[in-house]
Design a protein around this ligand. Sequence first.
Ligand SMILES: Nc1ncnc2c1ncn2[C@@H]1O[C@H](COP(=O)(O)OP(=O)(O)OP(=O)(O)O)[C@@H](O)[C@H]1O
Ligand SMILES: [Mg+2]
Length: 455
Amino acid sequence: MTRTDNKKDGAKRILLVEDDVGLQRQMQWTLDPHPMIAAGTRAEALRAFEDGDIRIVILDLGLPPDPDGATEGLRVLDAILSRAPQTKVIILSGNADHEVAVNAVGRGAFDFISKPIDGEILKLIVQRAERMYDLEEENRALRATTDKRMPGFVFGSSQMQQIAQTIERVARTDASVLVLGESGTGKELIARALHESSPRANAKLVAINCASIPENLLESELFGHERGAFTGAIKQTLGKFEIADKGTLFLDEIGDMPVALQAKLLRFLQSRQFERVGGRQVLSVNVRVISATNQPLQQLVQEGRFREDLYYRLNEIRVELPPLRDRDGDAVVLAQHFRNLYNREHSRNLRGFTKEALLALQSHRWPGNVRELENRIKRAVIMSDGPLITADDLELVCEGKPRNLNLRDHMRELEGALLREALAVSDGNVSKAAKLMGISRPQVYNLMGAHKRHA
Ligand SMILES: Nc1ncnc2c1ncn2[C@@H]1O[C@H](COP(=O)(O)OP(=O)(O)OP(=O)(O)O)[C@@H](O)[C@H]1O
Ligand SMILES: [Mg+2]
């Protein structure tokens, strides 16, 4: 095992697993000044890996005692990925073991490069691997903080991951946020998460439902009133805006706000100043506004039922919650979450779901979104004879096929999509496509062949 001298403190190291010392040197030279550590056997490779801080591995599959096969190399790959699945492993393949290299990618390797090695391509692949590693790490870090700050906000899908990131970024600002989404998608939950992860978290979140308060009372609910302002106004009352000072005001069902009040709300948003009903004094508060609706607000604007200027004021940042049926895999993730929650709440011990129940959860359309899912699970936890929750307990019929979670199928699909895009962008020019994809021309031809076969 040899270490190159150029290891900088704290820099990311590459582990190079290659038994041919000549090739080792060539690659170290190519990737100079990258800190690198080299190993010639499986045992050396794993020891070096255990030493730590290896994010990228360049791996020759043909290692002793099986230099002409791939068994040793694949064992190294499996061992590394089972210890640290985030590691980016780049496979070195000879022409003879091309199939094996593709197979290795199917097992979780990041990419492969054929011998003889083109230094420029190797550099590109390593750069891409580093970028991917960093992005994923950033995602993980973001996800970890998100989970801490939004403990009740559960998701597994990439769609919701993106929303969590938006929330995290927007929370720091005072921008007005408009949350859109079908009924039961979690708009109120998002508003609370936004407040909780904002610098205003120590002040109040005050919510008002614009649909449930009669029109003539809504103004005084929002802005407060002076004593004697109207019949029944026996004392001065603070409005939600004042109560929410230094905190957040959540205007729920904003699409139901009467047009006359919309003008007053707009005036407030422009100046952050208002008067109580029946009052003359101009008051000012420091409030962040989040609003939500399940109505098509833009359409209401077109129909003249919602003021366009107010729409733009509320909509500085828009968060659009996708319906549950469009979130990949979230129904099952949420179902398990609610099973645990209601097991605890009702002292029950439902251990999971039957196969049919899982299929039903995945194929149901969820018109009532997360609220409907929560209600079905809650009822099932209370009613089920156990130990597993059945489709009957959920009052769902099992139809459709389970979601395909096969990693290889998904990677092949992604590979095909990237290939088609790269070829489209480069107008069918294979050299350009190869450059864009960071692989060699022969590899592009191979992919084209493979995807024609699978088409
Ligand atoms: N991602 C999620 N993780 C955990 N619970 C969720 C999630 N999304 C929604 N819920 C739960 O689902 C229920 C409905 O959510 P919420 O009230 O926020 O929806 P909404 O979009 O405001 O619905 P409506 O339009 O009917 O007012 C709540 O009990 C909420 O806690
Ligand atoms: Mg709501």
